[in-house]
Design a protein around this ligand. Sequence first.
Ligand code: RI2
Length: 309
Amino acid sequence: MTDIVDRTYRDIKSMRVRGALNIAISASRTLREVITSDAKNTPQLLKKLKRAGKKLKSARPTAISLPNAINYILYIADKNSHLELDEFRKKLLVDIDKFIDEQKSALDRIAEIGSNLIKKKDIILTHCNSDTVDTLIKRAWDDGKKIEVVCTETRPRYQGHITARELSSYGIPTTLIVDSAAHLIMKELDIDKVIVGADTIYASGDMINKIGTSQIALCAKELDIDFIVAAESIKFSPLSLLGSMVEIEERDPSEVIKPGKLPRVKILNPAFDITSADYIDVFATEFGVIPPEAVYSLLRERFGWELEI
Ligand code: RI2
């Protein structure tokens, strides 16, 4: 059983499995596997589940969707720990499947809601690769919006290539630019909207996304371009209501430059940055389109349970 947990841990850490929603779903599926594994009784299985959850949570530190999903599953496990082993298993499998289905429906609902924010012939700029943004853009295209998309390449791991490939093969006119061309291209191509995903959203309305997002938000503010964040509520941080913050992941310098190429130079490789709520126009969530000021109440209403654990 540790095999599957170790494998998922490695896949998430190495970014073979990536994207804030994907890693949450992958960890949930792995906990589902743990539930079907050998155990003598409920307390023993609960212990295994908690050990697996702890390991999976440590795979990447920044996307809150990962601990949110794991904490939710551990919360329902704790709540049902009075059940006999077979009943406990049955109940948890049903609840985890429901939870995963809800995440998928949230994605579809955001696409539907987000498409309404897009006008015919809009030129949209996006950064990195977000399944949520890709799904939303494809939905707008299917709704006949005749949009164009500009993707930043997203150094150092070039996730912008994934977005460019995915959208262009869907038939959407797509342009790829280097990250540092964002300001110039926003002006020259008269970009209408910036739409990005999110890894973590704080109660303050500040949000964390792929490194470079905050620079793009600054440019959008200066040029008066709408800045939209498309994110499922699993990316909202309940513990930020209590002031808790996530760690910004610092990845290996070898992602930036070949080891030894600049021997006397220190290489920094932060994977995410924080965009202030002041630069965000709206969040497109499965509960509707909300301004940054409404994140606080959404968190209180929907995630009170997490403050109990
Ligand atoms: P979805 C990604 O992180 C990007 O920062 C992206 O914007 C965000 O997760 C949300 O992705 P990474 O895993 O959940 O590439 O919308 O480091 O797919």
